[in-house]
Design a protein around this ligand. Sequence first.
Ligand SMILES: Cc1cc2nc3c(=O)[nH]c(=O)nc-3n(C[C@H](O)[C@H](O)[C@H](O)COP(=O)(O)O)c2cc1C
Length: 382
Amino acid sequence: MTHIARIEDLRLLARRRVPKMFYDYADGGSWSESTYRANQSALEKIRFRQRVGVNIETRKLATEMVGHKVAMPVALAPIGMCGMQHADGEILAARAAEAFGVPFCLSTMSICSIEDVAASTTKPFWFQLYVMRDRQFVARLIDRARSAHCSALVVTLDLQIIGDRHKDARNGLSTPPKMTPRTVCDLLIRPRWCLSMLKTSRRRFGNIAGHVAGVSDMRSLSAWTNSQFDPTMTWEDLVWIRKLWSGPLILKGVMDQEDARRAMEVGADAIVVSNHGGRQLDGAPATIEVLPSIVEAVGDRIEVLFDGGVRTGQDVLRAVAFGARGVLLGRAYVYGLGAMGEVGVSQCLRIIEQELSLTMGFCGQTDIESVGRDILFEAEKL
Ligand SMILES: Cc1cc2nc3c(=O)[nH]c(=O)nc-3n(C[C@H](O)[C@H](O)[C@H](O)COP(=O)(O)O)c2cc1C
């Protein structure tokens, strides 16, 4: 049995268990992948102030994100095709998040549908929306999220067009996947994954299949989906969405102070500082590099959430120290899911919690809500 103590251990196990096409889909970025790498390396460079002589026996990680109580300032990010990392992946991840007490965010591009995840869980989850060209479909998705009692709507703004991800092109990742002799061999050496995929009926985009007229088989589904990402989307569409959705509205993909202000103007409750995990604009700064300026731009008028490159509890603490209300975990939990399904996602959350709690202690902190920039080494230079 592999010893699992770090997110990196989960990644290595996922790489063995998930077919290359889907593993690479998760563990890759756009073009040169420089922004993808920068997210993680910029976080690692930030040092903490080690403090002593403080009673750190009890340390409180619980807090609130967009008005919801959370066991720690972490949510599971929306990830397309989670159900290809592991059969029924979205349901398993949602269950692990629910048991742990952190929000799960379901992607528009999930394999399990909103209704399916709602029926398989007992607590509300967040729903991530892509603003597709077909605005009636968008309105219906919002209605479906409301009927499923989703507790926040996360609208992703940074995928109007799609960054080139060379690994996906090389691996023939498409719907349906291109079956070359190499792909077939790759599947054959992963019988556990194949068997579980054969057992489940959830193998298509669950939020789309059966919900759009004329879209029935894999090819029409793929053609419709590819034509639907909308380069014409503007802030006006957000005004429209704000009218349709009265619950917490989170805008994801903000990397600029001006856009952060626009997000406030359209009535968002929170933003996610995100570059889509380095999968879109290659050459964008690391998210941690822009976080302080965005926090400064919005003050405490809306919540600032953060993602990109978070692989440790230390990274969560770094983002919180810079003013993030909470952090979204992307690949960190996807590796857990690919490695061991629901158990792997739970393990990921436990690892992050343990690292976060101990690191707070070493910094002389006992309550996550009082963590500020002063826990960072040479904070004045950051
Ligand atoms: C495989 C994969 C699929 C993703 N799919 C979506 C998606 O459907 N919607 C979305 O808003 N973001 C999506 N993202 C971006 C994540 O929500 C998040 O911003 C990113 O993963 C954070 O970076 P990290 O993976 O380094 O933690 C995806 C990311 C990955 C790795």
